[in-house]
Design a protein around this ligand. Sequence first.
Ligand SMILES: Cc1cc2nc3c(=O)[nH]c(=O)nc-3n(C[C@H](O)[C@H](O)[C@H](O)COP(=O)(O)OP(=O)(O)OC[C@H]3O[C@@H](n4cnc5c(N)ncnc54)[C@H](O)[C@@H]3O)c2cc1C
Ligand code: FES
Length: 267
Amino acid sequence: MKYYDSQAVVLSNEWVNDEYKHMVVFVGSEAATVEPGQFFNLMCPSTDKATPFFRRPMSTYFANSATGQIEFLYKVVGIGTEGLSTLQAQQTFKMLGPLGHGFNLKPTDKHILVLGRGVGLATLAPLAEYAASKNVRVTAILSAKDKERLMSQHRFADAKAAIIEVIDSDRSSAIDHVDALIRDVHHQQPIDAFFTCGSKRIGKLLQQLALELGIRGEVALEQNMACGIGMCHACVIAIKDQAQTQLVSKKVCKDGPVFDIREIVYE
Ligand SMILES: Cc1cc2nc3c(=O)[nH]c(=O)nc-3n(C[C@H](O)[C@H](O)[C@H](O)COP(=O)(O)OP(=O)(O)OC[C@H]3O[C@@H](n4cnc5c(N)ncnc54)[C@H](O)[C@@H]3O)c2cc1C
Ligand code: FES
């Protein structure tokens, strides 16, 4: 896969709530040709407090090769993302990508279920839109701490997804409730594949359901990274091989970040 070290121009970088920012950048049409689930490694600016040495990985929230624009939805959690949050329109920074392998839809897929939490929704929104463009029905379960932190509903609505919102504050996001919801959706129209990002708890549930119900599943993993291109081994994890009998080492940046959910080792 070809990637570019682009000089991105910031077009906007606004808060969407008290934790997340939405940034739109221009990188040109070649770098903005991105598959759902791929990511960029962003050089984050220094702040008064610190200089982030390594780049930080971010999924593409939206990419348009015609306009050359890319959007990110990111949570401000530490020195790198604090640096990103200071960027103003017209400032520039380097970003490397698109990187990694994205999600896989099969031509036979008729109905998929995407289940994301928090910033995982940023990773799944482009997949929902891509599936809709292929006339695949999408059911989207969106999970968050509370109503205020549920994001991106409009993106899933534009993809004509059947949206189910679950939140911690009324316990609708409890794992047994989500389990029952998924079984009900599958009963109404069989699900061909699950896709998830953003929560180990949800990943573990989907892995169990994938094995029990014989449904294909993929998860986009978040892992600390450095180079983002398979050189430094910072992102190596152990996953199960296809026969599920042995553990093998994989680089999340290069072999992923999207993996078959049955291969993941959840503690
Ligand atoms: C492929 C990929 C796609 C991602 N997409 C998004 C996205 O679309 N939006 C978004 O907000 N975040 C995303 N992340 C997570 C994002 O990379 C981290 O939040 C970011 O690197 C934190 O950097 P920091 O310097 O602000 O925080 P740090 O000071 O480095 O760390 C703050 C906290 O975040 C944790 N952390 C650091 N790096 C990661 C990481 N890579 N994954 C998970 N936790 C981490 C640390 O352990 C620590 O607890 C993605 C991660 C990966 C691997
Ligand atoms: S981040 Fe360097 S090998 Fe994956």
